[in-house]
Ligand binder design. Structure first.
Ligand code: ADP
Length: 227
C-alpha cells in the first residue's frame, strides 16, 4: 500500500521452511493492502496446472532442492510487474539466494525484510504436522491447528494432504539448503539496515502483531476498514 510519507510497502519474509512464512503472510495481507507473493505457491500452482514451468520444476521441488535462480527470478520479475504489485508486495520464499537478492535489488526497492527466527527442531515439528487442502490451499497442523474433521478442510470440505516435500527426508534436505544458501541473506539485509528480526516460535497472530508494530511503513490498515 502507498503511504504518503514512506512510499510503497515492499516487504520480504525470510525464514526457514516451517518458520510460518505462509501462515503469517496470509495474516499480514489482510491488514496490509498488498498481494502475498509466494514463489513456492506459484511453482506448486504451475505443477498442478501442468504448464511448461511446472514440468521443469516438479522433480527439483519434490527433492527439496532449489529451483535455479534464472527460472525463479524470471517468475518473480513477471509477477512483480503485475498491476496489483505496483503499490507494494509481500514476498514469501523469495529471495532465497544472494543472487536472487541482488536481482530483487535491481528490480525494486525493498522497504523491510522480516526474518522469522525458529530452531531446526521446531521447523521439523511444524512441517511434519503440516497438512494442506488440495482444493483451497488452506494450511492446517495436526497438533497446532487440527481440522474439525480429520483429513477434511474446515473451509471447503476438500481433502487434506501432506506436501511431497514435507516428508522427513526432503525436510532435512530443505533445512540444509536453507542454512547454506539462504542464511547469508540475513547478513545481506542487515548490512542494508532493512532487517527486522521476529521470534517465529510465537503463535502466528502474535508474530503478525509484532511485525505490524515495527514496520517502517505504518502500513496497517485500521481494523474497522479492513478484513
Ligand atoms: P518452504 O518455505 O516451506 O520450503 P516454499 O513453498 O517456499 O516452502 O518452497 C517450496 C519449494 O519451492 C522449495 O523447496 C524450492 O524447491 C522451491 N522454491 C520456492 N521458492 C524458491 C526460490 N526463491 N528459489 C528457488 N527455489 C524456490
Amino acid at each position: 500500500m502507498e503511504d504518503a510519507h514512506h512510499g510503497p510497502s515492499n516487504l520480504v519474509l525470510l525464514g526457514p521452511p516451517g518458520a510460518g512464512k505462509g501462515t503469517v503472510a496470509e495474516l499480514l495481507v489482510t491488514r496490509l493492502d498488498v498481494p502475498h507473493i509466494s514463489s513456492g505457491d506459484m511453482f506448486r500452482a504451475a505443477i498442478r496446472a501442468g504448464t511448461g514451468l511446472g514440468r521443469e520444476v516438479a522433480a527439483t521441488i519434490k527433492r527439496g532442492e532449489l529451483v535455479s535462480d534464472q527460472v525463479t527470478v524470471a517468475v518473480i520479475r513477471e509477477r512483480l510487474a503485475a498491476k496489483d504489485a505496483a503499490g507494494g508486495y509481500l514476498l514469501d520464499g523469495f529471495p532465497r539466494t544472494i543472487a536472487q537478492a541482488e536481482a530483487l535489488q535491481a528490480l525494486s526497492k525493498v522497504s523491510a525484510v522480516i526474518n522469522l527466527d525458529v530452531s531446526d527442531d521446531l521447523a521439523v515439528l511444524r512441517i511434519s504436522g503440516r497438512r494442506v487442502c488440495t482444493a483451497d490451499r488452506e494450511i492446517y497442523h495436526l497438533a497446532n491447528r487440527p481440522p474439525h474433521v480429520a483429513g477434511v478442510c474446515d473451509r471447503c470440505g476438500g481433502p487434506l494432504i501432506q506436501r511431497d516435500d514435507d516428508r522427513p527426508a526432503a525436510v532435512r534436505h530443505r533445512l540444509q539448503v536453507y542454512h547454506r544458501l539462504t542464511t547469508p541473506l540475513v547478513e545481506f539485509y542487515a548490512r542494508r539496515a532493512l532487517l527486522l528480526g521476529v521470534d517465529g516460535s510465537l503463535p502466528a497472530i502474535q508474530v503478525r502483531d509484532q511485525i505490524l508494530a515495527h514496520l517502517p511503513t505504518r502500513g496497517a490498515r485500521p481494523l474497522a476498514a479492513g478484513a
